[in-house]
Design a protein around this ligand. Sequence first.
Ligand code: 4AD
Ligand code: MG
Length: 459
Amino acid sequence: MKMRIRELLAGGTPHQDCAVSGWVRSLRASKDVAFLVLNDGSNQAGIQVVAGRDLENFPAVCRIATGSAVMVEGCLLESPAAGQQWELIAKTIQVIGQADETFPLQKKRHSFEYLRSIAHLRPRTNTFGAVFRLRSKLAQAIHRFFAEKNFLYVHTPIITASDCEGAGELFRVTTLDASTTPLIQGRPDFSQDFFGQRTGLTVSGQLEGEMFAMAFSDIYTFGPTFRAENSNTARHASEFWMIEPEMAFADLADDAGLAEEFIRYLCRFALEECSEEMAFFDKHVETGLRERISKVAGSGFARMDYSEAIERLQRSAVPFAYPVEWGLDLQTEHERHLSEQVVGGPVFILNYPKDIKAFYMRQNADGRTVAAMDLLVPKVGEIIGGSQREERLDLLERRMAEMGIDQEPLWWYLDSRRWGSCPHAGFGLGFERLVMYLSGMENIRDVIPFPRTPRHAEF
Ligand code: 4AD
Ligand code: MG
């Protein structure tokens, strides 16, 4: 019977007549016997295949190169040797696809930098096998979390005319030919473009998500987002995935409550349902990882006002590279100091100055802050950004005018404040930053299959 390696091992009993297919990770051969480690991507360790010299093609089996695709038929028996509980005693081994000694993933360990240059092959390594299995399972856990809470899953558009975050980081979507683009007074005439207006790839599904929260109360989106932000850091990608819940009849405290429950749920999920991968990361990527994640799953998150965070940073003796002053945004070094040194765990920073945040955030009574929240975690820094939204039409319009945001293209957004407006709040969790946080991987390029970053969109 044809099976995946995970299914075969899950039985926990010997098994006659099974067949598995996969790729050879390593091979040790002697005169009478050869041992192959076969991996089909379904588990971390693969399976040890034992080939005896009674196999018809034993000499050929001994020469199978690392990376070859093979199919093995045989029986699963308890392994007499240390190192694995089970082994597959081969009755036949058929080479389906040859590899040769030019296959780049031979035995020795490769640096993550080098593996990035062969992103089409790195899924076949132990580390990236673990990363992408964790990523896949987490995506499913995210849907499960919201389904259990009766949130509606909404697909917000990828092509959009609005720059939600107002940072001007939209990639343009156009069918106009750059060299023949029609101009009006020296500027491109987008009325002649495919959509009859200027469009780009979305930076966030929030604005459309809010419209759905005004009908379904609790919703979330989970999709790709794009930012033409020229920051070449280990935490920024030009294409990344974001989970954005939005709740009607909810305030900032409800928002932080949901974010905390969500993150702790995902920590528990990773430990319990991705235990092989987490054990691998603990051993090979970050010592103590599981203990760190289980502490986060088991204890409440701190909450601190932005103003207090600034005071704490100013009081610390650390020579930060970027200035710390009320009114300035926090940089990664500040975020990490707050979560790693001041709090020693995840911390919500609440109520930021309005001038460093987006137009849609609810204005606080003090006239200078908005009901914003960022969740900062050790190692990664900001993992979540969110806010209570400005539901009062007059204040929203005034704020847009102050910030020079054209109201006309956002007429539909303003409509939601005209009929049945209500307090509402939401946040965005960067999916790659979550995977980094839970795996201990330190570069965003190593948790997304084919990373897009400034000057890099190969594969
Ligand atoms: O803080 P951001 O920009 O918030 C928003 O987009 C809101 N509209 C979300 C909302 O309230 N619905 O982004 C949210 C999160 C960040 O905290 C970070 O985890 C991630 O998205 N993120 C990025 N991840 C990878 N690469 C980038 N360039 C990212 N920019 C933001
Ligand atoms: Mg943010």
